[in-house]
Design a protein around this ligand. Structure first.
Ligand SMILES: NC(=O)c1ccc[n+]([C@@H]2O[C@H](COP(=O)([O-])OP(=O)(O)OC[C@H]3O[C@@H](n4cnc5c(N)ncnc54)[C@H](O)[C@@H]3O)[C@@H](O)[C@H]2O)c1
Length: 334
């Protein structure tokens, strides 16, 4: 049994990871500020389920509050740290960039400083496929150059990769950074397209479709993500031991970046058709131009994930969307 610190435990991914670690008999320290970026009542509902387990301990605070994370590390001495707390969202980063400085840059700095003082066995930090920015070579591989972020959100996430690398190097802290690809599923995020489409179609409202529907995303189901993270948590990077020539392992630090995706992009139209079929209703569509900061396609190269863990994501939209829609209907009716 281990003690795991999960930042952003009230969030979509943090909730699912917390649940998985609790189900396996571990102690989970969850930190979350319950930010109002989207309806905090969804976050409260997720946490209510977690607190039913006495092995879950909640700290309600901003991660960038000086001393908060340091005190948690000193008290609980977590063996593993999963850092999900962040200000997410491409569009919001154009409207409110300071939120990203505070949560993503200063928050991650506080986490790294706390880890320096009380080193865990393995730190696992969330980055994003948006780090690939303007890259056009597909699929996106972890060893590709990523120097052209398209949004401030992506820029702050890319910065956290560099910050974590320097701490991994200076203080010999094993760090795995995840680049997640459009994660979806039950208890998901209301600001994401699949959630907004489901809600709007049910309410007979028009749905806005960006880039006239010519968008492709490597939609990744939350169950696949949780299994990938579980396996990677047991595989801390070791300097000098790359898994192959496609490994992003640093030459000077126990640090690597791993894509977590399905490696099979779907067009937005396929997503919408799955939602329509699950709801038994047709969407009224409003075709729009591309949003500033957005990219037309994402596609993960997952050779590294497979080499490290033997795991390959397998949940398709035809399976994942009906399950999401079923959860959504139950949740809004409750
Ligand atoms: N969902 C995706 O498709 C996706 C894709 C790429 C990367 N990510 C990354 O994965 C992580 C989790 O994303 P998610 O989809 O679960 O988002 P989420 O918004 O549901 O979860 C983030 C949680 O962090 C909390 N939080 C925000 N700022 C905080 C702060 N300053 N201090 C403490 N808590 C704070 C929020 O209240 C929220 O509960 C994020 O780092 C995000 O950037 C997600």
């Amino acid at each position: 049994m281990t003690t795991v610190l999960i930042t952003g435990a009230a969030g979509f991914i943090g909730y699912h990871l917390s649940k998985r670690w609790l189900d396996q008999g571990h102690t989970v320290i969850g930190v979350d500020s319950f930010s109002d970026y989207y309806d905090p009542s969804l976050k409260r509902d997720r946490v209510t389920m977690l607190t039913a387990n006495p092995a879950f301990h909640l700290v309600e605070d901003k991660i960038e509050t000086p001393g908060t994370l340091d005190a948690i590390f000193k008290t609980h001495k977590p063996s593993h740290v999963m850092h999900l707390a962040a200000q997410a969202g491409v569009r919001h980063s154009i409207e409110a960039p300071r939120d990203y400085v505070d949560a993503n840059l200063i928050g991650t700095y506080e986490l790294l400083e706390a880890a320096r003082a009380t080193p865990p066995q393995h730190m696992l930090l969330a980055s994003t496929s948006s780090a690939y920015g303007a890259n056009t070579k597909m699929p996106y591989a972890e060893t590709d150059k990523t120097d052209a972020q398209m949004s401030f959100y992506a820029a702050t996430k890319k910065a956290t990769e560099a910050m974590a690398h320097s701490y991994a190097h200076l203080y010999d802290l094993p760090v795995t950074m995840f680049r997640f690809f459009t994660v979806y599923g039950p208890w998901g995020r209301p600001d994401m397209a699949y959630y907004k489409f489901t809600k709007a179609i049910l309410a007979d409202q028009v749905i806005d479709i960006y880039n006239h529907g010519r968008m492709k995303r490597d939609f990744t189901h939350i169950d696949d993500l949780v299994e990938a993270v579980r396996r990677l948590s047991e595989t801390p990077p070791q300097t000098g031991h790359p898994a192959g020539d496609f490994d992003s392992l640093s030459p000077v630090a126990p640090f690597r970046i791993v894509n977590i995706g399905k490696s099979q992009p779907d067009e937005l139209g396929v997503l919408i058709a799955e939602i329509e079929q699950s709801l038994g209703k047709t969407a009224v569509k409003n075709m729009m131009d591309m949003q500033p900061g957005d990219v037309p396609a994402t596609w993960s190269d997952t050779r590294l994930l497979e080499a490290l863990t033997g795991f390959k994501a397998s949940v398709g939209l035809d399976q994942g969307i009906p399950a999401f829609v079923e959860w959504y209907k139950k949740y809004v009716d409750a």
